[in-house]
Ligand binder design. Structure first.
Ligand code: AHG
Ligand code: MN
Ligand code: MN
Length: 331
């Protein structure tokens, strides 16, 4: 049997990939892994806490007010970043404004993290896969001062690392620091992530398409023509593609990354600028897709080139196998 590689061993062994590496980014990735383990553990008890352990007046056994899991996950990641000391500020889906950490230690840190603590919220209560998505940048404000909005509003091309955690049939952490994409599966019995998916490459083409077809009447003619193509025998497989839509972007993306497919959420009248958020959903997954050989656009331009103007900015999102995204865009 070949030797197993833990996430920690992998992080240390790849640290030399960065010029002048100081270990800060390595420690930050370890902080993310710690928070992911805490959240994974909380999620595995979700039905019990809601329906059995916490039945009395919405309080848990410690007498704390029960909170929605996406708020619990948000707090777990913020705590890991604040305690870890490598991050000067964060922005997340659960906070209207970014947070600048106040300790002197944090203000001397070099990184900011933008994240979606729990993606796929509508699936939490029905025991379907959900995830966490994160994006890491070097700050542009001076070290030793509080983090600023400018630190948060950097284009996706400036990401130094990005990734996601999928809490599925197993918990997997997938990330890239710009040298390819690797995936690590959690062994819950010992609380350790092991390298399970080295150097992930997205197939150039695929046979899965993921789109909320309830919105079909609102799609533009180019997209409708593409979906008709997916459902026809005219594609390279000679039979219709399979429709797969979980409603958790992370889970849909992960399937398409491994097996080959496309996820599309265009702008529609109900979401005129798109449904998904540029900074903590689209940019990090676009970074992973490109690192794996895939493509991510808003239907017209590359996601990573879109200049951010606000924290919770929404965009249309086409992401997946390169040839599929190009065809869906009408190229
Ligand atoms: P979140 O739960 O973080 O708000 O994100 C939900 C997103 C995404 O995960 C999913 O693919 C999409 O919203 C589903 O939207 P529809 O229900 O409109 O299909
Ligand atoms: Mn989300
Ligand atoms: Mn969310």
């Amino acid at each position: 049997m070949s030797k197993l590689t833990t996430l920690h061993e992998f992080i240390v062994s790849t640290q030399q990939d960065f010029p002048f590496a100081t270990g800060e980014l390595s420690r930050l990735l370890s902080d993310i892994a710690l928070a992911a383990k805490i959240v994974s553990n909380d999620l595995r008890k979700a039905g019990l806490v809601d329906h059995i352990l916490g039945a009395q007046g919405g309080q848990n056994v410690q007498g704390e007010e029960q909170q929605k899991l996406d708020v619990v996950a948000d707090a777990a990641f913020i705590r890991a970043f604040e305690n870890g000391g490598e991050v000067c500020g964060i922005a997340s889906e659960e906070n209207d404004n970014f947070l600048a950490f106040t300790s002197a230690n944090a203000q001397n840190a070099n990184y900011v993290v933008l994240f979606d603590p729990l993606d796929g919220s509508s699936n939490i209560d029905v025991n379907v896969s959900i995830g966490t998505i994160f994006s890491i940048y070097r700050r542009v404000s001076p070290v030793g001062t509080p983090a600023t909005l400018e630190d948060m509003l950097q284009p996706g091309t400036q990401q130094v690392a990005a990734g996601y955690v999928l809490y599925g049939s197993s918990t997997i952490l997938v990330y890239s620091t710009g040298n390819g994409v690797n995936g690590f599966t959690l062994d819950p019995s010992i609380g350790e992530f092991f390298l399970s998916h080295p150097d992930i490459k997205m197939p150039e083409n695929g046979r899965y398409y993921s789109v909320n077809e309830g919105n079909l009447q609102d799609f533009d003619p180019t997209l409708r023509a593409y979906l008709a193509y997916c459902q026809s025998n005219d594609n390279q497989t000679g039979k219709p593609y399979s429709g797969r839509y979980i409603g958790s972007l992370v889970a849909d993306f992960h399937r398409n990354l491994i097996k080959g497919g496309i996820y599309i959420y265009p702008a529609v009248p109900a979401a005129p600028k798109g449904r998904l958020r540029l900074l903590y959903e689209c940019n990090p997954l676009a970074f992973i897709a490109e690192q794996a050989g895939g493509l991510a656009t808003d239907g017209k331009q590359r996601i990573l080139d879109i200049p951010p103007t606000e924290l919770h900015q929404r965009v249309g999102f086409y992401i997946g196998a390169k040839l599929m995204v190009e065809k869906a865009m009408g190229l």
